[in-house]
Design a protein around this ligand. Structure first.
Ligand SMILES: CC(C)(COP(=O)(O)OP(=O)(O)OC[C@H]1O[C@@H](n2cnc3c(N)ncnc32)[C@H](O)[C@@H]1OP(=O)(O)O)[C@@H](O)C(=O)NCCC(=O)NCCS
Length: 180
């Protein structure tokens, strides 16, 4: 995995390793605790499970985990995963997060570009993802890199305050695959 670096060579993006597990869990815990971007609000795995999960992604040809480090500190991640069915091996589900203090500086875009580079070279044909309809920053980022809407699930989620959220499904074909 090639490193992506900004002008001052502070940002590096590379494949995740089991050594990243603790920092990844901390990032996930903090972002989920914001309560605004994902369905879950709490981390649902132990450190041991996270280590095993990272090792499994590393060993898989059709899945990946990339981490972003800014001055050596883990500030973001993107994962591309799929369930263990032969009929869905060509589709990966993308999940991305950047720590709150480091957003809006191009790290998410760099992570997504690196994820697309990985997908173009991997034996996968389609990236799919779900995003809350009011997550304007994530939607703008996905659309700017070629993701298109393939559906919307109205009032799919009900928040703790009683408000509804729509779920938007986005996709992008990769590896020369064209829409039917
Ligand atoms: C979504 C997320 C990964 C984007 O990462 P980021 O580092 O903040 O985004 P970037 O700085 O790379 O900006 C990428 C694009 O987002 C858009 N963007 C950035 N800030 C924005 C804002 N405040 N409002 C709307 N769009 C914005 C722009 O299109 C930008 O591209 P541009 O700089 O070429 O114009 C990050 O904000 C995040 O982790 N958010 C919380 C978790 C989350 O929402 N994950 C996705 C769930 S589906």
């Amino acid at each position: 995995m090639g490193a992506v670096e900004d002008g001052a060579q502070r940002l590096r993006i590379r494949e995740g390793s089991p050594r990243d597990a603790l920092e990844l869990l901390t990032l996930r815990r903090d972002v989920l605790a914001e309560g605004r971007w994902f369905i879950g609000t709490e981390v649902d795995r132990t450190l041991e499970q996270e280590i095993r999960n990272i090792a499994a992604l590393k060993a898989s040809l059709t899945q990946a985990l990339l981490v972003a480090r800014l001055d050596g500190r883990l500030v973001g991640m993107v994962s591309l995963t799929n369930p263990p069915f032969r009929r869905t091996q060509h589709v990966v589900k993308l999940e991305i997060m950047v720590e709150e203090a480091s957003r809006g500086q191009g790290i998410g875009k760099a992570l997504l570009e690196a994820a697309l580079d990985w997908a173009e070279a991997a034996p996968v044909a389609k990236i799919g993802l779900n995003v809350f309809a009011d997550n304007a920053r994530a939607l703008a980022l996905y659309r700017s890199l070629g993701f298109a809407e393939e559906g919307r699930r109205s009032r799919e989620y009900r928040m703790e305050d009683g408000t509804w959220r729509d779920d938007v499904l986005l996709y992008r074909f990769v590896g020369g695959e064209e829409p039917l």
